[in-house]
Write a protein that binds this ligand. Sequence first.
Ligand code: NA7
Length: 535
Amino acid sequence: MKNLDYDAVIIGAGVCGIYQAYKLKEMGKRFLLLEQGSDVGGTWYWNRYPGCRFDSESETYGYSFSEDLLKEWNWTEHFSPREETEKYLQFVVKRFDLREHMLFERRLISAIWNPDNSGWDLTTSTGEVFTTKFLLTAIGLLSSPTLPRYKGVEDFKYLSFHTFNAPREPVDFSGKSVAVIGTGATGVQLISEIADKVGSLTVFQRRPNWCAPLHNSKITPEEMVDIKNSYKEIFSLCYKTPSGFYHDVDPRKTFEVLPKEREAFWEDLYASPGFGVWLGNFKDILVDSEANAEFTKFIAGKIRQRVNDPRIANKLIPKDHGFGTRRVPMETNYYEAFNQKNVKLIDIGENPIKSITETGIQTEEHHYDFDIIIYATGFDAVTGAFDKINIVGEDGQTLRDKWTDGPQTNFGLSVSGFPNMLTLAGPQSGSVATNFPRGIEEAVNWCSQMLEHLFDNEINYFNPYPEAEAFWEEQVRQMSERILFGKEQSWFTGYNSNVDRNYRHKCLIYAGGQIRFRKFLAEEVSNGYPSFIMR
Ligand code: NA7
């Protein structure tokens, strides 16, 4: 290790990279963290669009590793807005003196495996070169935004941006005529937030999603005291659910319950905060089509109740998939926004967008003038951030080439042919399908334990066997087929109409839940890392 600059280099200063930095510091290793942005925060640094917040209960989103940290930090809303989460991550970095290990405004351009010193040669966008024994990627699942491929996107002469790259300074929407393209979780948050702040809002919807109310509220100082006294139980509860949230499935099946009781249960779920309506529902809702259809009818009824114009309500009701089989956007008055006179819904299935012009959007039927166009059009999810880096492993193969037909990994955490690399929040990982910090703490803990094993035993090289990847691919496939979610087109299953891919449908995450995932990881350790060559 003597010729290398670092024992480990982490890429990315989001939730995952920050925790990995804490662990390496605790281990007393020489490490560096490279970050493309000008500060820490990852997702919470970039997505500066109005309305951005997480859908996890705040007290379940913070790190659990330090009792002092838990005592010192106060959340002010049950579902924290972006600004507060960004401040929290800045606080953590300061609290544990991690900033001295970080370099900002450095995008990793290439990572080339160097067999001569059994390490990685890294080159950044600033032209700096670093060498490291271990490469730890924490580059995010949703960090490679994609714009639509409409003609003229570059031609619009006023303000336009993708939500991920929203301006750092707040945008003044008052009196402006605004277009939003895209109605996924991001578009839904944005539309709800700005509808009453703009002059006029025109929403271009291709496929509607099934949305449900978030029911956010303030956390009072008294509530925060209770939360602090209950952290042990809170994290223990999250540990026991497949998703890492509070919400766990109800053990009953939909049709075992009398219709009246069923309705009452669903009304309660709909009136409760957070993902309970999705993750705390009857156990067959997300796996059985008939059960799913029954609940889907209930939610469709809710949309009809909330939207005054039945034709608009009908457009907002998805027809191509059942509730919860794509990511459920959580909303605050989203449906009510369409009752406002200044909000218009354009169904681009009926009236397709032909181009973006200098002054607005040209559909087949009409030209619309705008002051601002916002693209809430999603991401080249999960693998996109990897594809942007020239990662070259053993035998000169690039990771991009290796994954051309979809990601292949060992537990979503390492890749055969790319030695000494851990993909902390990588494709096919179980941690990425959970309440993110809960899954991430587990993944980082596991990777850190493996790193300690390598350091302690002076192991300079690890590389997973191809057979281990084939085994994991099969696990990913089986879990994806169990649930209705695995059958639908969404970013989880590799769908993005704005990206060319060799594959059309491939589950990019391990959907078996954190309990199963944890078991695989524990067995790997107790059996002495059988899926890796180590030397
Ligand atoms: P999503 O969930 O991928 O949503 C993207 C939205 O943009 C979705 O409604 C798309 O419609 C729409 N879209 C994408 N391309 C186009 C074009 N070319 N024309 C019109 N509409 C388009 O991304 P989000 O950012 O909302 O959410 C990502 C995750 O962030 C979310 O799951 C949370 O975990 C946080 P489509 O469905 O493809 O018809």
